[in-house]
Design a protein around this ligand. Structure first.
Ligand SMILES: O=c1ccn([C@@H]2O[C@H](COP(=O)(O)O)[C@@H](O)[C@H]2O)c(=O)[nH]1
Length: 274
């Protein structure tokens, strides 16, 4: 998907919400466990209920790999459903991959070609030759972990190297990669105030921002520091939407939660041209 298409979807839906599909068999309503594919049944119900309030879905691959072949099948069915019913919606494989070049190419083929995701999250630790194989794919996007939402982000990411923090080095160096215009970055909503410095290094890049909802990050703070004239943000919520209710009304509760965030996003979008 071209970035212009994503931006146009954001304005059309007045939303830059990404719904995280972190589907956990221990948390989904009991009656769905009787379905032959409970993960897909849950995802389908969530997608049907929330698609008008969001512009992206982000299955976290761990939640599928955890169930082996069955989980992978559920992921394939979810992607086929999204590509068929909602091809306008941006898809993110939250896989956090990255390896030596020939291995990265296989990861890229798995997620961009076989599963047809629009984007994938990548750990930058192995450097240029581990990231560029993903960037070689036209109309696909590589989302580098820059400053993550968890407490452990302070173990390495904010440590000084060459006089600046490591996450800033990731941002600066990655700008020189071949096809760097296909890069996006992960910045946690729990680190919203850092966005001011981040925007000085990457003023226009799209950011995937997890950490609102269950992790307590503030949407308004993220927008105040991180929004650009082209929006530049995809804000993710997973558990806060998926498990808004664990009863039979789970899909309706998820829709209400997604709509609540969409309405707050509409207010923030209104500030762009003022
Ligand atoms: O820095 C990061 C990078 C990725 N994540 C992922 O996003 C979702 C967040 O889920 P919530 O339930 O909304 O907290 C999850 O898949 C994480 O693995 C992140 O949280 N922080």
């Amino acid at each position: 998907m071209k970035i212009e298409h994503l931006i146009s979807q954001i304005h059309q839906k007045k939303s830059f919400l990404c719904v995280g599909l972190d589907t956990d068999l221990e948390k989904i309503p009991q009656h769905l466990l009787e379905d032959e594919d409970p993960i897909f049944a849950f995802n389908k119900a969530i997608i049907d209920a929330t698609h008008s309030f969001c512009v992206a879905y982000k299955p976290n691959i761990a939640f599928y790999e955890a169930y082996g072949l069955k989980g992978w099948k559920s992921l394939e069915r979810t992607m086929a459903y999204l590509n068929d019913k909602h091809p306008e919606i941006f898809t993110i494989a939250d896989a956090k991959r990255g390896d030596i070049g020939n291995t990265s190419t296989r990861y890229a083929k798995a997620f961009f070609e076989t599963l047809n995701f629009d984007s994938i999250t990548i750990a930058p630790y192995m450097g240029k030759d581990s990231v560029e194989p993903f960037l070689a794919f036209e109309d696909k996007h590589t989302i580098l972990l820059a400053l993550t939402s968890n407490q452990g982000a302070f173990d390495f990411q904010t440590k000084k190297v060459n006089g600046g923090e490591l996450y800033k080095e990731v941002l600066k160096v990655s700008k020189s990669y071949t096809n760097a215009e296909r890069l996006m970055y992960v910045v946690g909503a729990t680190k919203a105030t850092y966005l001011k410095d981040i925007r000085e290094i990457i003023p226009d890049s799209f950011l995937l921002v997890p950490g609102v909802g269950a992790q307590g990050g503030s949407l308004q703070e993220v927008c105040a520091y991180g929004m650009t004239k082209n929006v530049g943000l995809l804000v993710n919520s997973s558990r806060g939407i998926l498990y808004a209710s664990t009863g039979d009304d789970f899909a309706e509760a998820a829709a209400n939660e997604a709509q609540k965030i969409q309405i707050e996003m509409e207010v923030e979008l209104g500030k762009i041209h003022k």
